[in-house]
Ligand binder design. Sequence first.
Ligand code: HEM
Ligand SMILES: *[C@@H]1O[C@H](CO)[C@@H](O)[C@H](O)[C@H]1NC(C)=O
Ligand SMILES: *[C@@H]1O[C@H](CO)[C@@H](O)[C@H](O)[C@H]1NC(C)=O
Ligand SMILES: *[C@@H]1O[C@H](CO)[C@@H](O)[C@H](O)[C@H]1NC(C)=O
Ligand SMILES: *[C@@H]1O[C@H](CO)[C@@H](O)[C@H](O)[C@H]1NC(C)=O
Ligand SMILES: *[C@@H]1O[C@H](CO)[C@@H](O)[C@H](O)[C@H]1NC(C)=O
Ligand SMILES: *[C@@H]1O[C@H](CO)[C@@H](O)[C@H](O)[C@H]1NC(C)=O
Ligand SMILES: *[C@@H]1O[C@H](CO)[C@@H](O)[C@H](O)[C@H]1NC(C)=O
Ligand SMILES: *[C@@H]1O[C@H](CO)[C@@H](O)[C@H](O)[C@H]1NC(C)=O
Ligand SMILES: CC(=O)N[C@H]1CO[C@H](CO)[C@@H](O)[C@@H]1O
Length: 355
Amino acid sequence: MFMAFFFKASSIPTLIFLLLSCNLIRISETQTPAPAPGLSYDFYRTRCPRLETIIRQNLQSVFASDIGQAAGLLRLHFHDCFVQGCDGSVLLDGSASGPSEKDAPPNLSLRAQAFVIIENLRRLVHNACNRTVSCSDITALAARDAVFLSGGPNYSIPLGRRDGLTFATRNVTLANLPPPSANTTTLLNSLGQKGFTPTDVVALSGGHTIGIAHCTSFTGRLYPTRDPTMDQTFFNNLRTTCPTTNSTNTTFMDIRSPNVFDNRYYVDLMNRQGLFTSDQDLYTDSRTRSIVTNFAVNQTLFYQNFVNAMIKMGQLSVLTGTQGEIRSNCSRRNSNDLFMFPDMESDQDGKLASY
Ligand code: HEM
Ligand SMILES: *[C@@H]1O[C@H](CO)[C@@H](O)[C@H](O)[C@H]1NC(C)=O
Ligand SMILES: *[C@@H]1O[C@H](CO)[C@@H](O)[C@H](O)[C@H]1NC(C)=O
Ligand SMILES: *[C@@H]1O[C@H](CO)[C@@H](O)[C@H](O)[C@H]1NC(C)=O
Ligand SMILES: *[C@@H]1O[C@H](CO)[C@@H](O)[C@H](O)[C@H]1NC(C)=O
Ligand SMILES: *[C@@H]1O[C@H](CO)[C@@H](O)[C@H](O)[C@H]1NC(C)=O
Ligand SMILES: *[C@@H]1O[C@H](CO)[C@@H](O)[C@H](O)[C@H]1NC(C)=O
Ligand SMILES: *[C@@H]1O[C@H](CO)[C@@H](O)[C@H](O)[C@H]1NC(C)=O
Ligand SMILES: *[C@@H]1O[C@H](CO)[C@@H](O)[C@H](O)[C@H]1NC(C)=O
Ligand SMILES: CC(=O)N[C@H]1CO[C@H](CO)[C@@H](O)[C@@H]1O
């Protein structure tokens, strides 16, 4: 096995003991998901042996000058995977989540710089290995490194994704990404449809331990009156940051350690300092409350479940083998290059038009 995993096998009996001995704990799934058919941990071992080193070294220097970019890259992979699978579709010009979409729904937009970073990585990787590595794999590795280089766990991910030929419409995008106003019922239903357990949902939400949000993502909890599940001092400070519902200000999502990938997000929730309804309700709802508490008191447990949920998320509806393509420019499909694939053009346009 090539899963250079950071968890010692010896921790498994301890976990089982913990599961049996403490009825607060509902966390039953700690198995690393198996690679999806067509993906493998050593996919690029001969095709591009320096792939992971190139990405990690480049991101190390990117984050040294702006650690905030780590959050942007982690969120990019999440949006890619949740909307029509991890196929790099989010990167395409014209995507409802893309930087070129001027009137995207409020705050659906991702950081413009994240797209630039991915395309830079693609260029470096293709310079070293030619067009052997997909943009969707580069996005997945960038998210993995964003976690590790922000102080989170180091882990391996299955590779071999191919890039999709079409992007999702705005409606499809919105239907697959729950809004920050969602409660736990909505989250569990929405993510449950993609195969995520309540533990996965709580673990994945821990991605909010890094990064920022715009006022518009949470002013519904501030105006006209305070959401009663929000701490009063936290509320006062947020009202100062967001004096009006349309303020363009931003704020950190984890007030305790905004740029460190740790378990403090869950401590925030226990102190009623979660930023979104979708965050705070995980502690209010009896189905997920004990999971929040367990992650808040045990960072190793959080890391273990986060890694498993990320590997699961990273394999949602992946294209493999001869499906899709390996883009030579992450923001457009190769068939746009008429001189390269003259025969494919009308066919691809047909697929696009069918949306
Ligand atoms: C469970 C449902 C989720 C909801 C409702 C949600 C919602 C949001 C919203 C509204 C923002 C702020 C956007 C803005 O105002 O600029 C945000 C930011 C972010 N989300 Fe989520 N998210 C969810 C799941 C996830 C997952 C699964 C991850 C990754 C594992 C993630 C990682 C992030 C990160 C890192 C940021 C900060 C981005 C930045 O600083 O540029 N989120 N999320
Ligand atoms: C992280 O994991 C990779 C592969 O799983 C390994 O090669 C690397 O040495 C690890 N890095 C650190 C700093 O632990
Ligand atoms: C990349 O492609 C060129 C031209 O086809 C070839 O000469 C070179 O050996 C390839 N490089 C790698 C790393 O495969
Ligand atoms: C998108 O969704 C909205 C609201 O659900 C609906 O009114 C609209 O017709 C949809 N647009 C398309 C192109 O499906
Ligand atoms: C959760 O949100 C849904 C949709 O807005 C709503 O119908 C439902 O009543 C809410 N559930 C709870 C327990 O608040
Ligand atoms: C932005 O937030 C700061 C405090 O964090 C506040 O003083 C300022 O008025 C806010 N500006 C706007 C335009 O909302
Ligand atoms: C925000 O809304 C207020 C009143 O609703 C308006 O006066 C103000 O110009 C708006 N500000 C922005 C930045 O749109
Ligand atoms: C925390 O979780 C880890 C991993 O599941 C487990 O091995 C460890 O015993 C837990 N620690 C405590 C103090 O419960
Ligand atoms: C990639 O495609 C975009 C348009 O989709 C274009 O603006 C950009 O210049 C292209 N990059 C390269 C290196 O060709
Ligand atoms: C209305 C609003 O605040 N929109 C913001 C949502 O996020 C994008 C990208 O981060 C910002 O550019 C918008 O200003």
